[in-house]
Design a protein around this ligand. Sequence first.
Ligand code: URP
Ligand code: ZN
Ligand code: ZN
Ligand code: ZN
Length: 467
Amino acid sequence: MSIVIRNGTVVNATGAYPADVLVEGERIAALAAPDSGLSERWASGAEHVIDAAGKYVVPGGIDGHTHMEMPFGGTFSADTFETGTIAAAWGGTTTIVDFAVQAKGTSLLSALDKWHSKADGNCAIDYAFHMIVSDVNDTSLKEMESCIDAGVNTFKMFMAYPGVFYATDGEILRAMQKARDTGSMIMMHAENGIAIDQLVAQALASQRTDPVQHGLTRPPELEGEATSRAIALAKVTGAPLYIVHLSAAHALDAVTQARDTGQNVFAETCPQYLFLSLDDLAKPDFEGAKYVASPPLRPKEHQAELWRGLRTNDLSLVSTDHCPFCFKDQKELGRGDFSKIPNGMPGVEHRMDLLYQGVVKGEITLPRWVEISSTTPARMFGLYPRKGVIAPGADADITVYDPTARQTISASTHHMNVDYSAYEGMELTGKVSTVLSRGRVVVDDNAFHGAAGHGTFLKRELSQYLI
Ligand code: URP
Ligand code: ZN
Ligand code: ZN
Ligand code: ZN
C-alpha cells in the first residue's frame, strides 16, 4: 500500500523546497528531488498518486487545545470526538490534544478513564490528552505520576472560575513542584478570577447584562496580573510553565520578559484573538454571545501585538481552544445574564486556514506557519518526530494545501457540530485539498474518506522544550 505525492513544495518548519513524497503504510518512507526520476518509479507501483503541482505539502496540523464533549455551565460542548475530529481533518489538522477534566471531588485517573471512554474508537484522526486538575490534594498530586506514565504529562490549572476549576496560589505552587520533580508541565488559564467575579457581580447588580459585559468585566490587566503571578510561582518552584489561550498584550509582555531572562515559559494564542475583537462581543441582539470565551476577545489593538509575538517566538504556537456551544439552544442560557453564557467558541476546522492568512498578509513566513501550527505543538507536547514534520519515518499525517484557492467561511458549509461560525462570511485565500492521516486519505477533492475509529490514542513523551 503506497501513495505518492508528486510535484508539490514540501514545507517544514526549517524551510520549503520542491520534493516528491513516498508514503508506505502509515509512515513517510522517502522524499525525492523531483528531477531524480525516483517518483516515476514509485508512481508506477503506487495505489494512489496525488498531483500536488502548485500546492504545499505540509505536516498535518496539531491542535494542542480542544474541548470535545466537555461539561461546562450546565451543558456540554457540542462537538463529539467524532464530529470534532472530522471537522479538524477537513481543515488539515491531523492530531488534537483534548483536555480530560477532573471534576472537584473525583480523581485524575477516573477523569482519564472517562475521556478515554468518550474518545476511544470515535476519533477520525489521532488524539492525545492533557489533564485539567481542579482538585489539588495529596492523592491527585500522586496521581499526576500515573497520568505521566499513561502519556498525559501536561496539567492545566485555573486562576479563573472560582468554585469550579479555580486553584489557589498555594495549590498551584504544590502542583508546580510536582511538575518540576516529574519533568511534566503546568498549563495555566491565567485570569484573576477572584477580582473578575466581583466585577461580574457589580455589572449584574447594575443591570448590565449583555454579552459585551463578559469582555468588560475581564479586563486585560487581570490577565496580565495572573500571567505575571503564574510566572512568579513558576520561578519560585523552578517549574516550566505554559500559558494557554493568551489574548492580551499585557500577558504577552509578562511572557516576553520571563523568556528574555531565560525562564522556561511558553505561551499559545488562538485564531479568535488574532482575527476577532471586543467589537464582535458588542454585536447587538445577543449576537455577541457567539463570541463569549475566556479570556475574552480584546480591543483590536492587541492583535498586532499577538502577531508580533508569533514572529518573535514569545508566542510559541497557535491552538484553537475549540469549545463550541450552539447559539440557539446553548448560548441562549445566558440571555439576560451574560455570566451564564457557556464560555467557548468553535474553531478546530479553520485554524490552518486562518493562520495561512498571516502568510498572505506578510505577518509570518511560510515555514513559520508550519512551525506554529504543527512542528512546535509536536515538540511542545512530546509527539515529535513522529508528528510535526515531513520526513522519512514520521507518521504520514500530511496536508496538501492549495495556496491560491479561495473560500468563504460559513456555518452552512463547515463540518463542526455547531449552528454558527464565528467567522461567517470571511473570505480566505488558501484551502486544504488533500489530507492524509497515518497514510490514509481522509479528505480529498472536497469529500471526506476517513472514518471514526481510525484515530489512535497517542501516548506522549515529555516535552522537548524543557531544559
Ligand atoms: O472559554 C473558554 N475558553 N472555554 C473553554 C475552557 C477554557 O477555559 O479553556
Ligand atoms: Zn482556559
Ligand atoms: Zn480551553
Ligand atoms: Zn445544538
